[in-house]
Design a protein around this ligand. Structure first.
Ligand code: ZN
Length: 148
């Protein structure tokens, strides 16, 4: 299974985080929730994103896309701010043709919030971290209301 290494925002400890977990990853040293940042693609989208126990923020990007290089770090900041509440999933569109077709992705960066297996919100284009954080929080809140 693919694992990613993230730095704990509380104590600086580097931790491995799995793509899939029943709970949310915590720092091995200080036990605070870790920013959950992973990658996925055509083969594991269902498991990593649609099957996620907490809302997933999906970042469709490509290495040649300039705005993607701005959105990437901004989303990582959002994942740090909302550690324990969201999972950030990066998807390289060049390596995920089925997902690109399924979601009819024409412009990247293309972002989605998936909660309980359903798309709660989507948007295209770059934005600064505070704006993206507000957008994600709103999507999570409205998805929560929809379930209740
Ligand atoms: Zn820590």
């Amino acid at each position: 299974m693919f694992t990613n290494v993230v730095r704990c925002t509380n104590c600086g400890q580097r931790n491995r985080v799995p793509q899939i977990a029943s709970g949310t990853p915590r720092c091995g040293k200080c036990h605070r929730p870790l920013p959950w940042i992973v990658e996925a693609g055509d083969d594991d989208f269902a498991e990593v994103v649609e099957g996620s126990a907490i809302p997933a923020v999906v970042d469709f990007w490509a290495s040649w896309c300039g705005p993607c290089r701005m959105v990437g770090p901004a989303l990582e900041r959002v994942a740090e701010d909302l550690a324990g509440r969201v999972k950030l999933v990066k998807i390289d569109v060049d390596r995920s043709p089925k997902l690109s077709e399924r979601f009819a992705i024409r412009n990247i960066p293309f972002l989605m919030v998936v909660s309980g297996g359903k798309v709660a919100a989507e948007r295209a284009g770059a934005a600064p971290a505070p704006e993206l954080r507000g957008w994600v929080e709103q999507a999570i809140a409205s998805a929560g209301r929809g379930n209740g």
